[in-house]
Design a protein around this ligand. Sequence first.
Ligand code: FES
Length: 158
Amino acid sequence: MNQHPNTHRHASPKSSRREFAKFLGCAVLAGTSVAAARPLLSVAHTKVMAPQPVADANEIPVGGYKLFRYPTKDDPCILVRLEADRFAAYSQSCTHLMCPIHFQPEKRQFYCPCHEGFFNAEDGSVLAGPPRRPLPRYTAELREGQIWVGQEQRGNNV
Ligand code: FES
């Protein structure tokens, strides 16, 4: 009885070895990638952000703001002066879909024009709209006339 070549139920030993070698190669590659990425992931997870001066206190009036980048040049942030001696720093990226937020000093809030999101300028908490998470907030400290921004504050946001 002749069987069509495509009706073989079992792969040839050569083909099985090839499949196994392919599988082994993928497994080694995946293991190597995970091992290589682990230090990067743990660094990102425990990233220590060195404080940086981002503005002279005199350049921002009460109710004013200044845009800056922190902790890298790819991270837009906003520094607001809430009172003469009180500053607050936040990520400028809306926690909904990352649009830039705008400060509305008269209402002490941030506004995201993309989908009508609102955040409290006092603590970064969500006031209205689609965002579910507060704005990431950074420490903002007055030191010898300059505002130093530092480590992200955790647990202070609502
Ligand atoms: S991106 Fe801000 S509300 Fe959607």
